[in-house]
Design a protein around this ligand. Structure first.
Ligand SMILES: Cc1cc2nc3c(=O)[nH]c(=O)nc-3n(C[C@H](O)[C@H](O)[C@H](O)COP(=O)(O)O)c2cc1C
Ligand SMILES: CCCCC(=O)C(=O)O
Length: 360
């Protein structure tokens, strides 16, 4: 198949991956209402292009928390990249590096932070779940700083794992050869424990995630790490304001790709109220169903400083390793630049709400 757009990587990946791994990646929770809503929200958006604007050069560069990026499109944290490619996150990092893109590495990465960092000169951030084992969080935050990671991302929408029925039906467990190598094996054992009619990941999360996480705990993390801490999984203006009040360095508007609370609003529908509540106090990033340059343009116009893609890099990694990831990100960035030109917005500073019909 000729790969000319993001979805093509998905078709190739689906052919290559075991069915239960594909379902783990693609699936949402419950009836997958939120998963569908994320995509539907982008299909509804309509643009107000301007004409007679000099678009002979289009600039997609973006500075985020002091790091200069070639593109405002980065990689969202997703666990266990070795499930789809033997080089795992090292290949993902090499691909992001070639595209000059941000890569948010998951706490449950299957390659060491050091090896990942060695593969990329582009900014890397580390995502954290709030574990009952606080020592493991603090230790990981320290190793991230030592490895040159530029920020931490605390995922706030997972006091327990969403009920992902595909994983339950498949009795999904992480292949024992693929390990979350940045955490001790004992802490991760349940993720590999395959049982019919149950998700090993849900069982693992029930054991190890600390559901008592509140804003007071953000102070604990901030005291232990000099790295800026962003909060991922915010969908309301109230929580965005609280995040700013508690010293978050940034916010990621996200419903976890429809994998946590099913029935939660589409991430795109939450974006304007979060942007209004933050009022420029910190960067606002966005993820959920960005599949093309037009989607990125819409989220940027509604106030996101950058967008992240979750499933597409896994597809691209499965389809083509580091080259696949690099091609995906440069392809998305080319599409964004193309649409910026046709919309009469040659720089990201020109991309604002007036671009979106009904929001101007
Ligand atoms: C297979 C998979 C694994 C994920 N693992 C994590 C994770 O470990 N930590 C996290 O914060 N989010 C995780 N997410 C959520 C993503 O960071 C992101 O919010 C979501 O995938 C964005 O939506 P998209 O896939 O539609 O682009 C995961 C998503 C998928 C699909
Ligand atoms: C135990 C969580 C694994 C990552 C994942 O699937 C997600 O966050 O969506």
């Amino acid at each position: 198949m000729t790969v000319i757009r993001t979805d093509d990587y998905g078709r190739v990946a689906r052919e290559r991956l075991p069915a239960d791994v594909w379902d783990f990646i693609e699936g949402g929770s419950g009836d997958e209402l939120t998963l569908a809503a994320n995509a539907a929200a982008f299909r509804r958006a309509r643009l107000r292009p301007r004409v007679m604007v000099d678009v002979s050069t289009v600039d997609t560069t973006r500075t985020l928390l002091g790091s200069r990026l070639a593109t405002p499109i980065g990689i969202a944290p997703t666990a266990y990249h070795q499930l789809v490619h033997p080089d795992g996150e090292v290949a993902t990092a090499a691909g992001a590096d070639r595209a000059g893109a941000l890569f948010v590495v998951a706490m449950f990465a299957s390659r060491t932070l050091k090896d990942i960092a060695a593969a990329s000169a582009a900014p890397l951030w580390l995502q954290l779940y709030w574990l009952r084992r606080r020592d493991a969080i603090a230790d990981l935050a320290e190793r991230a700083a030592d490895a040159g990671f530029a920020a931490l991302v605390l995922t706030a929408d997972a006091p327990r794992l969403g009920r992902r029925l595909r994983d339950v039906r498949n009795g999904f467990a992480v292949d024992g050869r693929v390990r979350a190598v940045n955490l001790d094996a004992a802490l991760m054992a349940a993720s590999h424990d395959r049982r019919a009619g149950a998700s090993a990941l849900a069982a693992h999360a029930a054991q190890t995630f600390d559901p008592s996480l509140t804003w007071a705990d953000l102070a604990w993390l901030r005291e232990r790490s000099a790295l800026p801490v962003l909060i991922k999984g915010i969908l309301t203006g109230e929580d965005a304001a609280a995040a700013v009040a508690h010293g978050a360095a940034g916010i990621i508007v996200s419903n976890h790709g429809g994998r946590q609370l099913d029935g939660a609003i589409a991430a795109l529908d939450a974006l304007p109220e979060v942007v209004d509540a933050v009022a420029g106090a910190c960067p606002v990033l966005f993820d959920g169903a960005v599949r093309g340059g037009r989607d990125a343009l819409v989220a940027l116009a509604l106030g996101a400083d950058a967008v992240l893609v979750g499933r597409p890099p896994l597809w691209a990694l499965a389809a083509g390793g580091a080259d696949g990831v690099a091609d995906l990100l440069t392809g998305l960035t080319d599409e964004l630049a193309h649409d910026m030109a046709l919309a009469g917005r040659p720089t990201l500073a020109d991309v604002d709400r007036r671009l979106i019909w009904g929001h101007s």
